[in-house]
Design a protein around this ligand. Structure first.
Ligand SMILES: CC(C)(COP(=O)(O)OP(=O)(O)OC[C@H]1O[C@@H](n2cnc3c(N)ncnc32)[C@H](O)[C@@H]1OP(=O)(O)O)[C@@H](O)C(=O)NCCC(=O)NCCS
Length: 393
């Protein structure tokens, strides 16, 4: 059919192709890794101050305080340069608009996992595909580095993020409770001495402990795949029997980008079955007392400033020991405010593969009518309560 025949009688055919009215701002996104940013000889358009600003915004969103000390941020990032990873999304006409920071951790089974400490997308750029780019990039990078899966913690108030990660990313909530164990770095000595019973010795796991994990049913990868980690957790023996471990407690060093501090993080201990073929009878209270003692010494030695413990929800014996008998609380974003509890999420290897395969559009198209600088998603303020505002994001 000819063009003339397609035009209905009476319609006016335009004589000129007028340009479309400008309805959208197009922003092309590039990604710069934290190592690019820290390298002063590199002409990276993202500067450390930009990253620091995004960290401040993330803290502000949670009504938490962040420490304003660029030199300390630089030292901390550089001191962890062999393991810390992360990147900033940079828009050609917008500048740095999102970031994500992660590093290796070891889970309760001894798997090497990427712990995502922070992610944040600047308010004006939400709802236009930045999160798709951020998580595609994370999935590609962590799979290339052979991490088994990803874990992180989100403030319970952060409804948009809970909805997004569950509905869009397929994130799952494992049966894990995070206990704030800071109190154990100080007092509690009396109770712990009552628990001591048998004499146990706890020390950090070493690179040559490769035969120990299997004795407790753990993968030797806790040693083999963690050569880059200074700390992999603790091993506990009965005094005088240094070849038969009675417990292994995977652990890792946490980094708070808000507080610019490092802390000790322990996972659920794996205890020897009671009693094993060597006829050893174990006393879990005594072992936990010994792990706490080792944690105190290790934290002093490494200048770690806080202490968290992941307990499996089903492992009620550990929960009873730490929560009911030692009076420790669940960890929260703001100290003393239980409604700001940190909820643990994981993103499985399968979910990461799916994310890495879906190449996102790297151009954000933002309607010119979109409000700039308007907070569209925010974490609701907790009810006012006394107590120091904090905590360790
Ligand atoms: C939640 C958040 C990450 C989403 O980022 P975003 O850039 O707005 O998301 P995108 O535009 O890339 O959206 C990707 C997809 O998720 C969907 N989505 C976005 N926000 C969502 C939400 N709150 N609930 C459900 N789905 C959502 C989008 O519709 C889109 O779906 P589509 O693939 O079908 O088109 C963002 O709002 C945010 O950064 N919030 C605050 C940051 C923060 O709290 N960080 C701390 C984390 S611990």
């Amino acid at each position: 059919m000819s063009e003339a025949a397609k035009t209905a009688p009476g319609t006016i055919t335009p004589q000129f192709n007028l340009p479309d009215p400008v309805t959208h701002r197009e922003i092309k996104i590039d990604t710069f890794s934290i190592h690019d940013i820290l390298d002063e000889n590199n002409n990276c358009p993202v500067k450390l101050g930009n990253l620091q600003h995004l960290i401040h915004c993330q803290a502000d969103l949670h009504m938490a305080k962040s420490v304003d000390d660029q030199a300390r941020l630089k030292d901390l990032l550089k001191s962890r340069a062999n393991t810390l990873r992360g990147f900033v999304l940079h828009g050609d006409t917008a500048g740095p608009l999102a970031y994500l920071v992660y590093y290796p951790m070891i889970d309760s089974k001894g798997s090497r996992v990427a712990y995502c400490e922070d992610f944040y997308i600047a308010e004006s750029y939400r709802g236009h595909g930045a999160a798709k780019i951020l998580f595609h990039e994370l999935a590609k990078r962590t799979l290339a580095d052979n991490f088994e899966y990803i874990q992180w913690a989100t403030d319970s108030r952060n409804t948009p993020v809970h909805n997004f990660v569950q509905n869009k990313l397929g994130a799952k909530r494992p049966d894990v409770v995070t206990i704030s164990a800071n109190g154990l770095l100080g007092e509690k000595d009396n109770l712990l001495s009552q628990w001591a019973g048998k004499e146990y010795v706890t020390r950090p796991l070493r690179g040559n402990d490769v035969n120990l994990p299997e004795k407790l049913g753990l993968s030797p990868n806790i040693i083999r795949h963690t050569g880059d980690l200074d700390f992999k957790g603790f091993v506990t023996f009965e005094k005088g029997k240094p070849t038969v471990p009675v417990a292994i407690t995977p652990g890792w060093i946490h980094l708070s980008t808000f507080q610019l501090k490092e802390g000790l993080h322990l996972e659920q201990p794996v205890f020897m079955a009671n009693a094993n073929k060597d006829g050893l009878m174990i006393n879990e209270e005594g072992i936990v007392a010994s792990i706490i003692d080792a944690s105190k010494k290790f934290s002093t030695l490494k200048q770690l400033e806080y202490f968290r413990w992941h307990i499996l929800g089903s492992a009620s014996a550990m929960k009873t020991l730490l929560q009911d008998r030692l009076g420790l609380q669940r960890d929260s974003m703001l100290k003393g405010q239980p409604d700001t509890e940190l909820i643990v999420y994981t993103l499985s290897n399968g979910a990461l593969k799916k994310l890495s395969e879906n190449e996102p559009d790297r151009t954000l198209r933002i309607p010119v009518s979109a409000p700039i600088g308007v907070r569209t998603t925010h974490v609701p303020a907790p009810p006012a309560q006394p107590g120091p505002s904090n905590d360790n994001s």
